[in-house]
Design a protein around this ligand. Structure first.
Ligand code: QAP
Ligand code: CO
Length: 174
């Protein structure tokens, strides 16, 4: 499977992802293709809609203390439901679908996520820190929400201006 990252302002990022019903080889092929793409593009989290597939699927690989991302730390989350969201934290977020832009975003500090693994087994994970932030960021993608939607209106206008300029420069340098 040859995938590429869908970038803002592509409208596909606004699609709502639907529940996975079949835990078959098609799903496994998607997951197996998302992981190397995420590593190649220096990502720590990726939702299926970011490769144009509107399924409730996301993967996470939070770097360890040495900044490494071994495959045993890969978490595959299907059909997530977030509960028990509490506390507050702020982190400078980025997104593979919004390249080269980073901004402080407020999130819950802790949460519990109920989900299914690639075989359809029910799982529960309690998260804090960067993992919790990443889960909330990727969960938003499944609802068609981007981190830039959480900016104040004045910051958002500044972003749109800067981003358009960046896209224009990208085009002329090609
Ligand atoms: C979501 O984001 C996230 O602009 C994952 O040029 C963000 O992997 C989770 C990236 C913050 C937790 C905290 C962004 C790579 C990667 C870029 C990413 C870029 C290259 C973003
Ligand atoms: Co993102």
């Amino acid at each position: 499977m040859n995938l590429c990252i869908v970038e803002y302002p592509d409208k596909r990022l606004r699609n709502k992802s639907i529940k996975v019903e079949k835990f078959d080889s098609k799903l496994h092929n998607l997951l197996d293709a998302m992981y190397p793409l995420m590593l190649q593009t220096n990502g720590i989290g990726l939702a299926a809609i970011q490769v144009g597939v509107a399924l409730s699927v996301l993967i996470l690989n939070i770097p360890d203390e040495d900044g490494e991302q071994p495959k045993e730390n890969l978490i595959e989350i299907i059909n997530p439901v977030l509960t028990n969201q509490r506390g507050e934290t702020t982190y400078q977020e980025g997104c593979l679908s919004v390249p080269s832009f980073y901004e402080d975003i407020d999130r819950f500090e802790f949460l519990t996520v109920n989900y299914q693994d690639r075989d359809g087994n029910t799982q529960t994970l309690e998260a804090d820190g960067l993992l919790s932030i990443a889960i909330q960021h990727e969960y938003d993608h499944l609802q068609g929400v981007l981190f830039i939607d959480k900016l104040t209106s004045s910051r958002r206008r500044k972003f749109e201006k800067e981003y358009k300029k960046m896209l224009k420069e990208k085009k002329t340098s090609k």
